[in-house]
Design a protein around this ligand. Sequence first.
Ligand code: COA
Length: 297
Amino acid sequence: MESPFKTDILQGKVALVTGGGSGIGFEISRQFGKHGAAVAIMGRRRQVLEAAVHVLNSQGIHAIYFEGDVRKHEDAARVVQSTVKHFGRLDILVNAAAGNFLTSPEDLSPNGFKTVLDIDSVGTYTMCFEALKYLKKGGEGKGPSAGGVILNISATLHYTATWYQIHSSAAKAAVDSITRSLALEWGTDYEIRVNGIAPGPIQNTLGVEKLSTEETRRNILKDIPIFRWGEKWDIAMAALYLASDAGKFVNGATIVVDGGIWLCRPRGIPKEEVKLISRSVEKNSRESSAALPNSKL
Ligand code: COA
């Protein structure tokens, strides 16, 4: 699908994308590259990263990979520094690395809970912490003159509560909170914009594969208001908007890109019945209050 954005909106920018070797992180990397950015991707699996960079390069994108685990502070520091060493600067950090699986709380050890928080929440914070000196206005390297951009990939799991997702819900709630706090503090002090994207179910991703069954995948289409699966492209377009000057006045927002699915509730009463019930209830209540002497109700 063609991008509606001009192909130079990220010209001259350097982006670092954690979890950029596959899924949503890869598509964000690809679209950033197609819109002018040089891209470094970070992940744990060398083969996946190698293959990803091969595809990016074959599409004319200036891309490189660095192996690393966002849970390890030394990896985060090394990858951020290597990115700046290689490309000379850092303008955009995307925290897309995440870990998840389905589990009931009673089957989830405290270490399992901690593992997901370590990847999603602590990992996001650690990467932001290490990237600050390069992302801030006039930062090290050639430094962004106007301050850089951080994008945190979140979820909608914690807006209500989601079955078998206690760990990831808690982790993403923390991510959203980090987004707002850094938007306030680093927006004010360093002119860094910090935003998030909360994707809904996105087809052909490990997330959907790991977190649903064939039956739930079939049923989900009934629930999405605009009746289609999300695509990685949808998330990448939101990322382009937020990372480019199109989003220059957006700070501290987590944009939900899910077709409205998180709002879904069972309809309960059919539409035709609502008209009948609603009018008759009003009529009845008017008649009964009129019958009351001196009633102002
Ligand atoms: N159910 C319950 N607990 C689980 C689990 C599951 N399906 N998978 C792992 N755990 C627990 C482990 O039992 C362990 O806890 P313990 O030491 O008390 O037994 C803890 O989580 C860590 O597991 P481990 O396999 O050692 O972690 P890891 O670092 O190798 O892998 C994961 C991290 C578990 C998050 C793994 O799923 C992963 O690497 N995911 C990355 C990709 C991904 O999930 N993407 C989806 C994005 S939506």
